[in-house]
Design a protein around this ligand. Structure first.
Ligand SMILES: [Zn+2]
Length: 135
C-alpha cells in the first residue's frame, strides 16, 4: 500500500481507489488501516493529523509522530539531591592538556572556572592543581 505522503505521485486511478478505500473505512465496510504495532488507525482522524511530516515519515501508516517520544533518561527533578560541588579523587600533580587553564581541573574550561582568576594560571605554574569535579 502506498503511504499517504505519496498521494501527489499517484495516478488518477490509484487516487480514486485510495479515496474509495478511505470512504469505505469511514463507513465501516472496510477494515481500518493497521499501524506497525498492529493497532487499527481510526479512519475518522483527519489526514493532516494522521499524515506524518516529511522529517518523521517512515513510509508506513502510523500515528507514532503524534505520540510523545520515549525519554532516554528521566528528567531530573528540581528536588532531586546531588552532591553539590563534590570533587572526584586526588588532584593531578601536573597540568594536563585540555584542562582548565586557571585551576587545572579537566571537567571545565577557563571560561567556566569558579576559582578566583589567578595571576598566572595552573597551566603555567603547575601549582595547586584542583581535583576534577564529580559530575
Ligand atoms: Zn578551573
Amino acid at each position: 500500500m502506498a503511504s499517504a505522503s505519496a498521494i501527489g505521485k499517484l495516478s488518477r486511478e490509484e487516487f480514486r481507489r485510495q479515496k474509495d478505500l478511505e470512504a469505505a473505512r469511514k463507513a465501516g465496510t472496510a477494515p481500518a488501516a493497521l499501524d506497525e504495532e498492529g493497532k487499527p488507525i481510526n479512519p475518522h482522524i483527519p489526514q493532516y493529523i494522521s499524515q506524518a511530516p516529511w522529517y518523521l515519515d517512515t513510509g508506513a501508516p502510523s500515528l507514532s509522530h503524534q505520540r510523545r517520544p520515549a525519554a532516554a533518561k528521566p528528567p531530573s527533578e528540581i528536588d532531586s539531591w546531588y552532591d553539590r560541588g563534590a570533587r572526584a579523587g586526588p588532584a593531578a600533580k601536573k597540568y594536563r592538556k585540555g584542562a582548565c587553564e586557571n585551576c587545572g581541573a579537566m571537567t571545565h574550561k577557563k571560561q567556566d572556572c569558579l576559582e578566583r582568576p589567578r595571576k598566572k594560571g595552573a597551566k603555567f605554574t603547575n601549582k595547586d592543581i584542583q581535583a576534577d569535579e564529580d559530575l
